[in-house]
Design a protein around this ligand. Structure first.
Ligand code: GLN
Length: 379
């Protein structure tokens, strides 16, 4: 069969996690916690099932959950979002991103994508016949060069894809970026796909600059979120998309004939759990401690860190330790030292290799300690 995506192979997360399993390595590659999700949420989900919430929920999502999300957005960003017309519950953040692109893009449309880019964006764009216009983030700060963005805009540019906090680099959008973004989207009438799945994983007292904070940006944006990241349950595949009513209508046209609706018991449970604002406000501190602990342990190794301002990832230089490409180094590290990581070149179409790899620190302290005991031996 002629492939619609001839250049796409198996995602790096599957490849590295499989290699980690095969070689019994500690898996700091694919991003997922190895500790338990909140007990209260497990209990609420069990109760929902026992109470009989086991049939389809409404296509757009369980209304009390959408109301809890709207209250959270009001609390965190001061924005009034209509739960009926602007919020859709999705099976995960990646699905929300795919659906947003698919709702908007026509063949030949151009989307600005910053590399390194989460690996689903470009295939999502291309499967819709649209074109990803790739712009590298500046190395090693991984900041956006807005002059370059302006230079890449054409009459076909339809959308700009953003991700803050950023996977894989842990960079975040700053006030300067928001100012530039506001000018550019207005001047060239662009839409925004904003991947904010790591909204709660942001450190050093920085605010999460969600598109939802800025009325002008919010009116142009599909903003995609993940419960899996917030509540340590990536296997739940639960997320949501917030977008203006006319965008949401189009989003739901795709969603209703793809997934239709999501796992009801989890929605019933999340509706209740999200009311605990102290809990979602505590997530950044919880992960900041993990980042700091991992960073402190890693000082015993010869790996050199790049800063992580958000997400549960931290990049490290290895190129003073090895001449291998980052892909070969990641394979070698997994096989020889039994710690798996992700080569950052996997997030570039043209395999730009800056000699850095990504480690996930969403792990128990003992897991991080055991991993670092092994990484100390790399020199
Ligand atoms: N978002 C996770 C990561 O970056 C992986 C998700 C997946 O494997 N699809 O590691």
């Amino acid at each position: 069969m002629e492939s619609k995506l001839p250049n796409v192979g198996t995602t790096i997360f599957t490849v590295m996690s499989a290699l980690a399993t095969e070689h019994k390595a500690i898996n700091l590659s694919q991003g997922f916690p190895d500790f338990d999700m909140p007990e209260a949420l497990v209990r609420l989900t069990g109760e929902a099932m026992q109470k009989g919430y086991n049939q389809y929920s409404p296509m757009a999502g369980w209304m009390p959950l959408r109301e809890s999300i709207a209250a959270k957005i009001q609390d965190l960003h001061g924005a009034s979002v209509n739960p009926d017309t602007e919020i859709t519950i999705t099976p995960g953040g990646t699905y929300a991103i795919y659906t947003a692109f698919t709702a908007v893009l026509r063949p030949g449309d151009e989307v600005i994508v910053f590399e390194p880019a989460y690996d689903s964006y470009i295939p999502n764009i291309e499967v819709n016949g649209a074109v990803a216009v790739r712009i590298p983030l500046e190395f090693p700060t991984y900041r956006i060069n807005w002059e370059e963005v302006r230079a890449c805009i054409t009459p076909r540019t339809r959308m700009i894809a953003l991700n803050t906090p950023h996977n894989p680099t842990g960079s975040i959008l700053r006030d300067h970026d928001i100012e530039q973004l506001r000018q550019i989207v207005e001047e060239f009438d662009l839409l925004i796909m904003s991947d904010e799945v790591y909204e709660h994983l942001i450190y050093d007292g920085q605010p999460h600059r969600s598109m939802l904070r800025y009325e002008d940006l919010r009116q142009r944006a599909f903003v995609c979120f993940s419960f899996g990241k917030a509540y340590h349950c990536t296997g739940w595949k639960m997320g949501y998309c917030v977008a203006p009513p006319t965008f949401t209508v189009e989003f739901r046209k795709i969603h209703q004939f793809n997934c239709f609706s999501c796992f009801t018991p989890a929605q019933v449970a999340l509706a209740e759990h999200l009311k605990d604002s102290a809990e979602y406000k505590s997530i950044s501190g919880f992960y900041e401690s993990k980042r700091n602990y991992f960073g402190q342990l890693m000082q015993q190794t010869r790996f050199k860190p790049l800063p992580s301002y958000g997400s549960y990832f931290q990049l490290y230089y290895f190129n003073h330790l090895s001449d291998l490409s980052d892909k070969d180094f990641s394979i070698w590290l997994t096989k020889e030292h039994k710690v798996a990581c992700i080569p950052v070149s996997a997030f570039y179409q043209e395999s730009i290799d800056n000699g850095v790899v990504r480690f996930c620190f969403a792990k128990k302290e003992e897991t991080l300690e055991r991993a670092v005991e092994r990484l100390v031996k790399v020199y």
